[in-house]
Design a protein around this ligand. Sequence first.
Ligand code: AMP
Ligand code: ZN
Length: 470
Amino acid sequence: MKEIKFFNTLGRIQEEFKPVSEGEARMYTCGPTVYNYAHIGNFRAYVFEDLLRRTLKFFGYKVTQVMNLTDVDDKTIRDSRKNSMSLNDFTAIYKKAFFEDLKTLHIDPAEYYPAATDHIPEMIELVQTLIDKGYAYQAEDKSIYFSITKFPEYGKLARIDMENQRAGVRIKTDEYAKDSVADFALWKAWDENDGDVWWDSPWGNGRPGWHIECSAMSMKYLGKTFDIHTGGIDNMFPHHEDEIAQSESANGCRYVNYWLHCDHLVVNGEKMSKSAGNFFTLRQLLEKGFTGNEMRWVLLSAHYRKKLNFTFDACEQAKMQLKRFADFFLRLKQVDGEGGVCTCTLDMLAKTEDDFAAALAEDLNVSEAFAVVFALQRDVNRLLDQGELTKAAAVAVLDVYRKFDTVLALFNIDAVKEETVPPEVLELAEKRREARKNKDFATADAIRDRLKELGWVVEDSPDGFRCKQL
Ligand code: AMP
Ligand code: ZN
């Protein structure tokens, strides 16, 4: 199996990937909090995780991926109440929307999508274990807290200096910043803000904290120690730090071997987020006329550990590039030259495949992988221009792109077909050719402008013309 290297946030170094079980990769990805439509910042994280999953499969790993659905937390309760809906009815809307969006972006489904509300008994059991082992306690407010001083390694992921922290301070909210490091809530006793959302527990009515959800569900589906845990960089603290503390204290063994975090999608340098109001949902972008493929291109286009700036210019670029590739694949499909595949073409394709694999194996270097994909397109276009490609060679090139597309999921090569040209457009194109033959360039140009208005362009060639949609 090819060696793959990942940058492990735990330790901040690039390491060779060695799974717990040979040939298998077990990964957990923090999923959406289903209180609104996910924005494309969130989808940057999911597209990165999809790239990771597809890359592991490309290298022959059997992948078991778990993505949780956070359908109970501070935000889902707050907004379901605001909308006077039951928590279940409210979150069902956004769960459904989320799965539709995943499809639009060609994100391969995970093996498991456990919802937090379906795993309350597992969470209660885990909290009980933490109490029994002396890591957790019930406070005056009846909630159960994790005592971070009991876990000496607390802070190892986010690199928090525990020396100067105040002991015994507690925090009940799910999200908090590094400067409010504190004992965090595992189980939150019911209060009036929770309305009718509560479960019975040994400590009275209440609900789980956000962090315990992921510890309990990952353990259930992946075991006490598994290979990869991912999320956006903002999840590192407190969420992932708290997951480590809970899981390693309860189980007495390492929780996760490789932590991979993607950097943010930003707008003018600021993280795209619901609270900043600088976000676009996927749906809003589809309404503006972009496709899921184009958005996937945009979200894939930078290395996952680099910030990615969202601009409409980048969306237009993606549209143009995908169109160029569609034209390229069509051209290849139309090649009908006889003969086999020469050794130089075979060598070129083999080298391209190797380079593509090497780029991905180097901590998912997608920019380098794209460079390989572009270089092959350029070289093959040259051969096409020279009429030097046989049908067999064109088929071999298309097969290489099909392989690339198992990872990139952008090209959908088999769906690329000649556009059906409306009769009106064909008629105009014929008239234009006539005008050009008669050297009536004014009429030919006027027809070209009319075609443009209709969204078509005519490309002239020695043996005729070809109509292409703009
Ligand atoms: P949430 O629904 O807020 O829990 O976020 C779901 C996922 O999206 C998490 O992995 C976050 O880290 C990630 N995320 C949120 N905002 C962004 C952003 N602007 N860029 C990249 N990832 C993000
Ligand atoms: Zn999580």
